[in-house]
Write a protein that binds this ligand. Structure first.
Ligand SMILES: *[C@@H]1O[C@H](CO)[C@@H](O)[C@H](O)[C@H]1NC(C)=O
Ligand SMILES: *[C@@H]1O[C@H](CO)[C@@H](O)[C@H](O)[C@H]1NC(C)=O
Ligand SMILES: *[C@@H]1O[C@H](CO)[C@@H](O)[C@H](O)[C@H]1NC(C)=O
Length: 227
């Protein structure tokens, strides 16, 4: 009696897994550590993360985080603030997220967690996305004078040009020169500037996490080109 019942459970388990795989956005390729995907109802932290995800489906990013419930919970709390309760304009938030993905070569961050479509719905145009993707690091858009830099700058508002300069310095140099800081600070109040610098910083953590642990085997994949 026991064997057929076990077989039945195995079969049901398999069907549930394939269904879950079908609804997953990731390619579901390996990372450097195993993925931990608790069943719905089995882990309150995983369930909290599900609430934020499209179709309540955990991502490979979540599966890596859930190797530590404590880390996954702390990360999720910060992500809720930065993603969903951030006072800076949505297009600026997504520029920070996408630009740090580009500078860090984090393809997973650009598309698996859907930031290109989120950026578009926050108002970023294809021309702006291409500037975020192709402008050389430290191009200095606010005071751009070279023809190439001026062409990139022409796609962005003054606020977004200043944001791109901040993202470059904070991500790739850590040290943010006074003029770069002042150029963005004139557009934001103190609460917003604290969120702006935190957004760049948090998504640098995301990049280092998804690349360092090769989440969804995307470590060597090029950041997509916006069409
Ligand atoms: C969410 O689920 C619907 C219905 O199964 C599916 O059509 C859609 O592609 C899913 N969305 C994502 C982003 O996986
Ligand atoms: C800063 O701007 C936000 C809106 O982005 C607003 O909610 C907040 O009250 C402002 N803070 C200050 C200190 O003016
Ligand atoms: C841009 O030019 C303004 C005005 O000359 C100057 O105050 C600012 O420091 C410059 N910013 C950068 C990033 O060079």
């Amino acid at each position: 009696m026991r064997a057929p019942i076990t077989a039945l459970f195995a079969l049901v388990g398999f069907a549930v897994c394939s269904l879950a795989a079908l609804h997953r956005r990731d390619d579901n390729l390996p990372a450097r550590v195993p993925y931990v995907f608790p069943e719905p109802g089995a882990d309150p932290v995983a369930d909290e993360i599900r609430v934020r995800r499209i179709n309540n489906t955990l991502l490979d990013l979540d599966g890596v985080l859930l190797n530590s419930d404590a880390l996954a919970e702390a990360w999720n709390n910060v992500a809720v603030l930065i993603r969903d309760n951030n006072p800076i304009p949505g297009d600026m938030r997504e520029l920070f997220i996408l630009r740090s993905a580009v500078l860090n070569g984090a393809a997973y961050q650009w598309y698996e967690i859907q930031h290109e479509p989120v950026g578009r719905s926050a108002g970023l145009t294809t021309a702006q996305l291409r500037t975020i993707r192709f402008a050389p690091p430290f191009v200095g858009l606010v005071n751009a004078t070279s023809p190439a830099a001026t062409a990139f700058k022409s796609t962005l508002t003054p606020q977004l040009s200043a944001a791109l300069d901040l993202a470059d310095w904070s991500t790739a140099a850590v040290h943010v020169p006074d003029n770069v800081y002042n150029n963005i600070a004139v557009h934001l109040n103190d609460t917003e500037i604290v969120f702006a610098v935190s957004t760049v910083g948090f998504y640098n953590w995301v990049s280092r996490f998804v690349v360092g642990l090769d989440i969804d085997s995307k470590m060597r994949v090029a950041v997509p080109i916006p069409q």
